[in-house]
Design a protein around this ligand. Structure first.
Ligand SMILES: Cc1ncc(COP(=O)(O)O)c(C=O)c1O
Length: 241
């Protein structure tokens, strides 16, 4: 908490945090940071791109003032739509930086509530409707069960890779991490490793922060073992002994 406390000054207005980092897999203690910021009347915005759909989120409990995320990641929803939550008590203080017809027009001059953040001209209604279908999918699985399974898979992946001698970028402690699992790979090797992992082993990852693998509910423990085995076989490529 100290580095954050030290960084806040009298001119700080907003604390913009990433819930789970896509380049380290680290999870920030959002609630505690909100308590810290709110004592100074600082707005806390959370980037939940790596947690919406992965965690059983309760934004009220998290206490953030606003939260944004894209639907196509852990939520497994349509692309190019997302979520913006703004705490009701903060709506009056925040303004969209992009507006188009329908926003504060002669017909509807007084845009209230969430509508204030919602005017981008013509919408792709099918995508928006697909969000509701995706919510049904998660409800059917159970938000709590999705989260538990992701932690189970990520835990097995991290401990398996560590047991093979790979250095984790992401903390092992579930309180400090989520579904994002990253091991150290020198930047110049990452592209080649990722390519080989995909073409030879059929495993998709990312080069963000090292070699990033993100197991989700559609993965099995056999997939985790396969990923660990593939990474083991590629050890010499990865600049690790
Ligand atoms: C933490 C985080 N924030 C924001 C983004 C950007 O998301 P999008 O490409 O949906 O705008 C990403 C993408 O990976 C991310 O991981």
């Amino acid at each position: 908490m100290e580095p954050f406390e030290a960084a806040l000054g009298p001119r700080t207005k907003v604390l913009a945090l990433t819930h789970v980092s896509n380049v380290s897999g680290e999870r920030l203690p959002i609630r505690e940071l909100c308590e810290l910021a709110h004592r100074r009347n600082i707005h806390v915005h959370v980037d939940g791109a790596q947690t919406w759909g992965a965690f059983n989120l309760n934004l009220r409990e998290l206490q953030c003032d606003s939260f944004a995320a894209s639907s196509h990641k852990w939520f497994c929803g349509p692309k190019e739509v997302g979520l913006l939550y703004v705490k009701r008590s903060r709506i009056a203080e925040i303004w969209p930086n992009l507006v188009s017809p329908g926003w504060g027009s002669d017909v509807n001059p007084d845009v209230k509530g969430a509508r204030k953040f919602e005017s981008f001209g013509q919408r792709d209604d099918a995508r928006l409707a697909a969000i509701a279908t995706t919510v049904d999918f998660h409800r059917r699985l159970g938000f709590d069960r999705v989260e538990a399974r992701i932690f189970e898979l990520a835990g097995a992946l991290k401990s398996g890779l560590k047991a093979e001698g790979f250095r984790l970028v992401t903390p092992e402690d579930p309180k400090l991490s989520g579904g994002v699992c990253i091991i150290q790979v020198p930047p110049e090797k990452r592209g080649e490793v990722l390519n080989r992992l995909y073409t030879r082993y059929g495993i998709a990852g990312s080069t963000a922060g090292g070699l990033r693998l993100c197991p989700h509910v559609y993965n099995t423990m056999a997939h985790i073992d396969r990923a660990i085995g593939a990474v083991r076989e590629m050890r010499s490529m990865m600049g690790q002994a």
